[in-house]
Design a protein around this ligand. Structure first.
Ligand code: ADP
Ligand code: MG
Length: 313
């Protein structure tokens, strides 16, 4: 990686007995769309709250563009834009007026301010509705105004915290397109989500998080490739898995056969051939199969493989 724009070293956050974040280290490249993917409670919001200086880390170090967040807080914060999940807009004012307000906070005025407001309305595809009161907007449109607000001061890094939760499909697409357009123009984006399809579509690299830790970090392709030839989960009638497991493990299309969460977990070199083999073995031994699941090669399966849990529960 060329000089990273953001470096986090061993970030931790504890609240009494709760370890919200347990030692996270990551580097984000300039111009990257970087994803934090994990289920509810994984520590995504706490992590980006620390990265943006909203929450004081219990331990760890954060560097942005070579500056230490702790000692150069103001200079660092000027480079960062955060779009939190909660909305902070004036409901009776129009989107334009709200954005004018945010722009003034950042010291913009006059023509420069008006131009910036128009440009940001364009980014979130709300130019036509810009004069309507926020009150009349859908949840997704409000979220898009929030994104525009977070962009008013031209941050180098934009943090988006689960921007599509509770959002209509049209706004969801507008948000995706905004992220892609911003990134094309050079903005680094850090994007949290528990939707693997979004992470896969938008992110150059993804840190998969669970229980306050990063459990895998790579490109979507490499994460999915880590599943190898595929994984088959086989439910077997009680007490009959031992002999099946031994026979399945010997199949040439099978890399390993282990027990996981009451199932026989088959890691395959070649999924279809392995499946045929599993069915042959169970037929021959006359063992009843109670369930059969072939994990698609996607991030959901990567998460299940790493944690034994589903991403969305
Ligand atoms: N202010 C707080 N006090 C105590 N625990 C907290 C606080 N904020 C978050 N947590 C806990 O930290 C963990 C991570 O939370 P969070 O970062 O919000 O997860 P995510 O955004 O991935 O859903 C959760 O177990 C949550 O309950
Ligand atoms: Mg969160």
């Amino acid at each position: 990686m060329s000089e990273p724009i953001l470096v986090a070293q061993d970030l931790r956050k504890t609240y009494g007995d709760v370890q919200a974040v347990r030692g996270i280290s990551l580097q984000v490249a300039r111009g990257e769309v970087f994803g934090l993917l994990g289920p509810n409670g994984a520590g995504k919001t706490q992590t980006i709250s620390m990265l943006t200086g909203i929450v004081q880390p219990t331990a760890g170090k954060i560097m942005v563009d070579g500056l230490d967040l702790e000692t150069d807080a103001n200079a660092v914060k000027a480079k960062l834009g955060l779009v939190p999940q909660e909305l902070a807009l004036y409901p009776t004012l129009s989107a334009r007026s709200n954005l004018m307000f945010f722009g003034r906070i950042y010291g913009l005025h006059g023509k420069q301010l008006r131009n910036r407001v128009e440009a940001m309305l364009e980014v979130v595809r709300l130019t036509d509705r810009g004069d309507d009161a926020i009150d009349t907007y859908s949840g997704g449109m409000k979220r898009r105004v929030n994104i525009a607000a977070g962009l008013m001061h031209q941050p180098e890094i934009l943090f988006l915290d689960e921007p599509t939760v509770g959002v209509d499909p049209q706004s969801r697409n507008a948000i995706f397109e905004s992220v892609e357009a911003l990134n094309r123009e050079g903005t680094t984006v850090i994007y949290t989500t528990h939707y693997m399809e979004e992470a896969e579509r938008l992110c150059h690299r993804i840190a998969i998080m669970d229980m306050g830790q990063v459990i895998a970090l790579d490109t979507p392709t490499a994460l999915i490739r880590s599943l190898g030839g595929g994984i088959i989960m086989v439910g077997l009638a009680a007490g009959e898995s031992e002999v099946v497991m031994d026979k399945v493990a010997q199949l040439s299309a099978v890399k390993s056969a282990t027990r996981s969460d009451g199932h026989l977990k088959v890691e395959a070199h070649r999924a279809h051939e392995a499946l045929v083999g599993v069915l042959e073995v169970t037929n021959r031994l006359d063992v009843r199969i109670t369930s059969l699941e072939i994990l698609e090669p996607n991030l959901e399966s990567v998460f299940l493989h790493l944690t034994g849990k589903k991403l969305r529960e």
